[in-house]
Design a protein around this ligand. Structure first.
Ligand code: NAG
Length: 374
């Protein structure tokens, strides 16, 4: 029985590690990251995994050789490749550590058999990607590139990302690879869940009934849970929600200024937009807000509010009981298990920040299975 030995680079809060749990018998030989906040969260959830708080460039060839890994999983820093960034690409110092990995790869005493890389959309046109592909070809790796959003797995959250999976002999991919960057290529994998709603997946507090809305004057979150699994989830959330309760209700001023810029979703929605790192602080373009009282018509409220006084507008809008998704809800949307927690001293703002460049565990987990399948 094979146990894959993993090197997890730029490990952040452990999304790759969680993806392994449901995809491959594996042991993480080392996780490497310099971000102290992310590292505290990683350590809190994986106390037994060696976590090296280092830059990749700070590690020598021998350090890597000692780890004796078969698989590299990595999410290199993405800023250089984002479309809104400066497109600094390989000239950007943040790309240096990635190029350093490419340099080391051929010199390792045992080259890894499997590689998985995640990045932002835009990486596929960068020169860092060209350098990666050149190295892979040179050392006999076959590979496939993808652009995937969790929505293509039926998960109600958009987060379009670039992925590459690569392997070298012995063995080859169980599907014919293509030189194209594949979009939504799920016909390769079988057994996908059909689209689920936020209610079942990410928003364990389901919406209150109209009478409960009436009683919900204080803005406390009402739980209405169905299954045992959800009760367990609730127990875990209850212990966390005490700290996040105050930020989870969108402040009225924000509502009044930006109602039309917000992406409002309901618990029954089958979609939500990508949560970015300013979520909870800036309204425009940072992620969806949840309408927790669904018997009020959204359009009606926005339409009638045009003719009303400021105060009445606020009253109308507050009927919707808009809330920010809590960090806990976002992590479940991203596929993290119920037992994932943040250390107590990590503030809500920090939680939103680290979640902003997080990855979707389900997507990676499917890709790992695809990567190692015979
Ligand atoms: C760690 O990452 C978060 C989220 O990207 C960022 O806001 C923070 O500044 C980083 N901290 C350090 C010490 O690099």
């Amino acid at each position: 029985n094979i146990i894959y030995i993993i090197l997890e680079l730029y490990s952040r809060i452990g999304g790759m590690h969680y993806a392994l749990k449901s995809s491959a018998p594996a042991e993480v030989a080392a996780a490497v990251d310099v971000n102290t906040t992310a590292n505290e969260i990683y350590k809190h959830n994986f106390p037994n995994t060696p976590l090296l708080p280092k830059t990749i460039e700070g590690m020598m060839l021998q350090d890597f050789d000692k780890l004796n890994f078969d698989v590299i999983l990595m999410s290199p820093p993405c800023q250089p490749f984002t479309r809104i960034g400066l497109q600094g690409d390989v000239a950007d110092p943040r790309t240096k550590s990635f190029l350093y990995i490419l340099e080391l790869l051929p010199r390792l005493s045992k080259r890894p058999r499997f590689i998985l890389l995640e990045n932002v959309k835009g990486f596929e046109t960068s020169s860092a990607r060209d350098a990666l592909l050149k190295t892979l070809r040179e050392f006999d790796y076959s590979f496939q590139e993808f652009l995937i959003s969790p929505t293509s797995l039926g998960i109600p959250n958009s987060r379009l990302r670039y992925f590459l999976i690569a392997r070298r002999p012995p063995g080859s991919f169980s599907f014919p690879t293509s030189a194209e960057v594949l979009f939504f290529c799920w016909q390769i994998i079988e057994g996908f869940p059909m689209s689920e709603s936020l209610n079942s997946l990410a928003v364990p507090h389901s919406h209150p009934t109209s009478s409960e809305c009436e009683r919900d004057k204080t803005g406390t979150i009402i739980f209405k849970l169905e299954t045992e699994q959800e009760l367990e989830r609730k127990r875990i959330q209850d212990s966390q929600e005490t700290t996040s309760g105050s930020v989870s209700a969108a402040p009225p001023k924000t509502l009044l200024r930006y109602p039309l810029l917000m992406d409002v979703v309901q618990p029954s929605s089958r979609r939500s937009v990508c949560f970015t790192k300013g979520y909870g602080h800036y309204v425009e373009g940072t992620g969806s807000v949840l309408q927790s009282c669904v018997d009020v018509e959204l359009e009606g409220v926005f339409k009638s509010s045009e003719l009303l006084s400021e105060e009445d507008k606020l009253k109308q809008l507050s009927q919707l009981k808009l809330r920010y998704f809590t960090p806990r809800q976002i992590v479940s949307l991203m596929g993290f298990p119920a037992d994932f927690t943040f250390p107590k001293h990590i503030s809500i703002k920090q939680q939103y920040r680290v979640l902003g460049n997080n990855l979707n565990v389900h997507v990676v987990s499917h890709l790992i299975r695809l990567l190692i399948s015979k």
